[in-house]
Design a protein. Structure first.
Length: 642
């Protein structure tokens, strides 16, 4: 059929293109582009510490300035209504702090008017915005962050401990709690004055009027839960049994040590730029000089995460090298590239070298832990995640039968993935058993998404897909059956599944359906049929699929009104998995996908990776290649002989 010829041509074109894009070490390196907040916070830190990186600051400034909307605001995704207050405040403050923009500039006047129209600084929501404003003396330290540092001294066995938070939350909270405890402020002659954007002249009164506590206070059930959380927290601290002064000193030391013990070889904290920036300021609050080796190493680590975007520099939050390389190594093999081909051989060799060999915080929740996972970034050696582990294992599987060392790595990786399964049957992203919902009651924006690490449809579905297609398990294995049961019990009423780490219902539904089909679930199961019908019902007129980032925080499907390459590929891949024959809708989708692989506009740059609902989304520059390539391979594999 004509469409299959076009599919073959595109697979061949992408194979040759990706061979050229591969690095000499076997990796593929693409920009992991996030919102502008990392760029803004790097400017704030460099200026606060008076580090003269003028060229870098100017390049960061120019990228931020280039993203301003006509109404003066900044957005975190293309179709966001009007603009995003927090993003605009971060951008405005950083541009002024850089010294390359002034309040009297017309773009800055527009930004100020937008901020004021949305309630000013008192209406910002995200913790990071509040923290960076507070440490620069532009905002009172939020009362919700006045959690006793002694909390860090509670052992993991306590009813509530610091280790009940997700790893992502912990590495951000440790430096934040240090600074909040000290009410740390660092200003200098270059620090902008944002008092014109506050609704009160009395900065000391701001914490009492901030809206951060309202969601809890307005909901009696949430209020009772939060009070229970605080009661258990203070009860645990009282049982520590030291004099208050000694206890507090121990707590400060514990928070400092927690950060220092999790610094990666490149100097960053847990390989995240956001937590590293916070750590730099927290260490400064503890008396570290800006030339201290730990701070210098952290700044060097951040410099290694910079990406040049046409002369405008962007600070990636955590480069996606392992993820991109693992997925593309698998896609190349699916396209028919031999495991002996230099492209595959180098990629597999690179991935084997990235397998973790050290125990991390994840090991606290696992009986008899043995390292064997993979992380998202190249510098990540202690914080593996399930998605990267299964992606790497898919990529290396073809070489394990002929190499005992590779087989050992495979076994350790597979056992690690299985050991990460939660008691409820699903899989988390980073740590098993970090599911205490009480912690989501902290009156901090984003707590419900980031405070814990529960089972999710995307992680559970993709893990099942790996277990079925690559590891040889099926629904008859008890632990696989538990994962299937978790998925069936968490399906939305309309037939979709919510995906935590991608946008959003298309992502979750794709992961669930491909996972269910891989472990040989019944394609005629009502849940499967309902999910497929839902995907068909939201197909765009042009044959593709597109979902707005608004879905992520509204917790309901919101159409984008346009088609994106990754979301079209996800929806098609799911339909291919459940359809014995190529439906007309699939054919139309494939034609649209073939067009999208050659487009370059806002739809091909739309962020389809999720970090924090409503505030942090990611545009993987690799996704325009990875997911269309994989989907076209699956289409050809299933329907080529029909």
């Amino acid at each position: 059929m004509p469409i299959m010829s076009d599919v073959n041509d595109e697979i061949l074109r992408m194979t040759h293109l990706l061979e050229k894009l591969q690095q000499e070490d076997g990796s593929w390196r693409f920009c992991f582009e996030n919102s502008l907040l990392t760029d803004a916070y790097l400017i704030i830190v460099l200026r606060t510490l008076e580090i003269p990186e003028e060229e870098l600051i100017k390049q960061l400034h120019d990228r931020i300035a280039a993203h301003q909307e006509a109404n003066g605001a900044w957005k975190v995704y293309h179709d966001e209504a009007e603009g995003n207050l927090d993003a605009t405040v971060n951008a405005y403050f950083a541009l002024l702090y850089s010294g390359y923009s002034r309040k009297s500039d017309e773009p800055m006047k527009k930004a100020a008017r937008f901020i004021s129209s949305k309630g000013g600084l008192l209406s910002v929501k995200t913790v990071l915005t509040k923290v960076f404003l507070a440490l620069a003396g532009q905002y009172a330290w939020p009362s919700s962050l006045m959690i006793p540092l002694e909390f860090l001294l509670l052992p993991p066995s306590a009813p509530i401990s610091f280790f009940d938070f997700s790893g992502f939350a912990r590495v951000h909270f440790a430096p934040i709690l240090i600074m909040a405890d000290l009410k740390f402020v660092r200003k200098n002659a270059a620090t902008p004055d944002l008092s014109h954007l506050s609704q009160s002249d009395d900065m000391s009164s701001l914490s009492a009027s901030q809206p951060e506590n309202r969601p809890v206070a307005e909901d009696p059930e949430l209020l009772r839960g939060f009070q229970q959380l605080l009661t258990e927290l203070h009860s645990g601290i009282k049982q520590l049994g030291s004099l208050p002064g000694q206890l507090h000193k121990r707590a400060v030391n514990a928070a400092e040590t927690y950060m220092l013990d999790r610094i990666e070889v490149d100097g960053t904290l847990y390989s995240y730029s956001t937590s590293t920036l916070l750590m730099i300021m927290a260490l400064t609050s503890l008396g570290y000089d800006k030339k201290h080796p730990t701070i210098a190493a952290a700044l060097n680590g951040l410099a290694s995460m910079l990406w040049n975007l046409g002369g405008k520099v962007h600070l990636q939050n955590s480069p996606s090298t392992i993820w991109d390389t693992a997925l593309l190594a698998t896609a190349m093999q699916q396209a028919g590239v031999s495991k002996e081909h230099p492209t595959v051989r180098k990629a597999v060799h690179y991935l084997f070298g990235m397998q973790h060999t050290k125990l991390g915080d994840w090991s606290l929740h696992v009986s008899h832990p043995v390292p064997g996972g993979w992380g998202f970034s190249e510098s990540n050696t202690i914080n593996p995640d399930v998605d990267d582990a299964t992606a790497a294992l898919r990529a290396i599987r073809s070489t394990t039968r002929s190499n005992p060392a590779h087989q050992d790595a495979w076994n350790r990786g597979l056992n690690w993935v299985i050991a990460m399964q939660n008691k409820d049957g699903g899989w988390p992203a980073f740590e098993r058993g970090v599911t205490n919902k009480l912690l989501t009651l902290f009156p901090i924006d984003g707590a419900s998404a980031a405070a814990i690490d529960p089972s999710t449809a995307d992680l559970t579905g993709r893990t099942l897909e790996f277990l079925g297609t690559t590891a040889g398990f099926d629904v008859n294995h008890a632990f696989v059956r538990r994962g299937v049961d978790w998925l069936f019990s968490h399906q939305e009423e309309d037939g979709s599944w919510y995906g935590r780490w991608g946008i959003c219902y298309i992502y979750g539904t794709w992961a669930a359906l491909t996972g269910l089909m891989a472990i040989r679930a019944d394609p005629d199961h009502p849940a499967v049929k309902k999910a497929a019908e839902w995907l068909l019902s939201i197909q765009n007129a042009d044959g593709g699929w597109g979902e707005s980032c608004s879905s992520d925080y509204l917790k309901r499907y919101v159409p984008l009104g346009a088609s994106t390459p990754s979301q079209t590929a996800w929806a098609l891949d799911a339909l291919i998995a459940v359809s014995a024959k190529p439906l007309p809708a699939i054919e139309r989708g494939i034609r649209q996908l073939l067009l999208q692989t050659h487009k370059d506009d806002w739809t091909t740059r739309y962020p389809t990776g999720s970090g924090l609902p409503g505030s942090f989304y990611s545009h993987y520059h690799s996704y325009r290649y990875i997911w269309p390539f994989i989907t076209l391979n699956h289409y050809k594999e299933k329907y080529a002989t029909m």
